[in-house]
Design a binder for this molecule. Structure first.
Ligand code: DAH
Length: 355
């Protein structure tokens, strides 16, 4: 076998084994490129005798034709192979059953935050937010809490640094401070959000939710506070009349301060809100202390007002008959499926909720 024939055979073998079209292209250049095999061989013709020339030229042409045919069919073969593989992979089997489709549920806490926001927005409150990671000043000092006030221990604070300057907010009251410092009175806001204390039992979890309320204007008094809370509780529990009492209390950030209880009774193991001779504490409130106003750059000779703090989870438990607070945060899908709310079935109005 001549060198030429050997080389042709080599190319044929190479082409035979190729599995990728890019390599076919490389070999095509090797054979048919400007300085490729075929041109190199043609160049040799000049050195041959007339007879030899004829024979050699015809064998080059034959080889050229053969190699071209092989390359073309190899290319087709690889294109088809690729196409078939793609078709195989992307095949849609229309006979397969559809995928199970689960609609998520709205968590009772989110639901209650929406309901409360709705109720307060109807009487002109807007919604503010503050960060979960707070500084000691906004959480305690600006709220008139003295350095060694027992409230600091009472709150069982999660501090985030050794100097006890950064913490997980123990209540939503620091949003009062942030709101007043960044704006100008009057203020009429609510601030729902997560709060944290080192506490855990059937009615306490280390993370829980509160809603802060603040109304500061020139002539706001305790009568407004009472009217506002009375309206809120009636709307929230969807009752026409509510038994409610203000019990004197103490908070560093309000003077006077009160805790609000609502009347209830138990009937057939169910809690009936609004009537009866039992009392249930649901929130803390009071008239904002002048020191707080001063710390927040509000002139307390001109402006005054009330604030309140509501435990959201507690309200959700009461309204929707959920006994264990801890179950709220266990992320058990079965629980959420039972107590959660259908996102497609939320009424346009917060009343008459269906589950
Ligand atoms: N921050 C209080 C707490 O976490 C709740 C509270 C009471 C907020 C009275 C207020 C208020 O704004 O006026 O226990």
């Amino acid at each position: 076998m001549s060198d030429f024939e050997k080389k042709v055979l080599e190319f044929k073998n190479k082409l035979d084994q190729i599995k990728d079209n890019k390599l076919v292209e490389t070999i095509r250049v090797e054979i048919f490129g400007k300085n490729g095999f075929i041109n190199q061989e043609f160049k040799k013709i000049g050195t041959l005798s007339a007879d030899e020339k004829k024979i050699f030229a015809s064998s080059i042409n034959k080889a050229k034709q053969e190699l071209q045919d092989i390359i073309r069919s190899k290319e087709n073969e690889l294109i088809n192979k690729e196409l078939n593989e793609k078709l195989e992979k992307e095949k849609i089997d229309v006979t397969l059953p559809e995928k199970e489709f689960k609609i998520g549920k709205i968590h009772p806490v989110s639901q209650v935050i929406d309901e409360i926001s709705c109720i307060f927005s109807e009487i002109g409150f807007s919604v503010e937010e503050g960060p979960d990671v707070e500084n000691d000043y906004n959480n305690f000092t600006a709220l008139n809490t003295p350095e060694n006030h027992p409230a600091k221990d009472m709150h069982d604070t999660f501090y985030l640094d050794k100097n006890m300057k950064t913490l997980l907010r123990t209540h939503t009251s620091p949003v009062q401070v942030r709101t007043m410092l960044k704006g100008k009175p009057p203020f009429k806001i609510i601030a729902p959000g997560r709060t944290y204390r080192s506490d855990s039992d059937q009615t306490h979890t280390p993370m829980f939710h509160q809603l802060e309320g603040l109304h500061i204007d020139k002539e706001i008094n305790m009568g407004h506070l009472k009217g506002c809370l009375n309206y809120f509780i009636k709307e929230f529990f969807e009752v026409k009349k509510i038994k409610m009492r203000f019990r004197p209390s103490h908070f560093p950030f309000t003077e006077p301060s009160a805790e609000v209880d609502i009347g209830y009774r138990i009937e057939n193991n169910k809690i009936i809100i609004g009537e009866g001779d039992k009392w249930l504490e649901i929130l803390g409130c009071g008239m904002v202390h002048p020191n707080v106003l001063k710390n927040c750059k509000v002139d307390s000779k001109i402006y005054q007002g009330f604030a309140f703090g509501i435990g959201i989870d507690r309200l959700a438990m009461l309204k929707y008959g959920i006994n264990d607070l801890r179950s709220f945060f266990e992320c058990d899908y079965r629980w959420l499926n039972y107590y959660g709310f259908d996102p497609l079935d939320v009424p346009t109005n917060y009343r008459g909720l269906s589950r």
